[in-house]
Design a protein around this ligand. Sequence first.
Ligand code: IMP
Ligand code: MG
Length: 175
Amino acid sequence: MKMESVECVISRKRIESRVIELGRQITDDYAGAELLVVGILNGAFIFMADLVRHIQLPCMVDFVRVSSYGPETSSSGKIKFIKDIELPVVGKDVLFVEDIVDTGLTLFKLMEVFQARNAKSVRTCVLIDKRERREHSVCVDYTGFVVSAGFLVGYGLDCAEQYRQLPEVFRLIKS
Ligand code: IMP
Ligand code: MG
């Protein structure tokens, strides 16, 4: 595996305890709900797997995969479904699980689509809220960590499809 220079920004210990807290909070907030947890592939796969094991409620799990196209970082950007969910959405309390929110485009558009599909509620849970490039105002209901800047990898996050399997979150250092 090609290793660029990296520095650890979120340790395994901090991730583990924050995921437990988020799971507890979601468990409290969604008591009695028809919870449908929707992971956004590929980046959310590790966070999602850990998080759902701390949600002590009946819930369903599904995944979407989307890609941004057009001018990716402009407000006219669009998303395209590579994979849509397979479970019905109408009347469900949808909770999107995402690795990182950057410009906000992905979550903003997904929320629009799922609201239009008549989900009962649509909320978001992100491991990392990175605010330096935000262009779409999205409500992040459950945030693991706020990171001001930089390109992050590990715990699901990639750079050119590398690094996803690292157990902690690192910042890439340009050399
Ligand atoms: P957004 O639509 O601009 O909010 O972009 C979100 C997506 O961009 C995330 O799901 C990631 O796939 C990717 N992304 C944004 N910042 C990073 C990063 O620092 N590391 C890895 N992926 C990132
Ligand atoms: Mg992603």
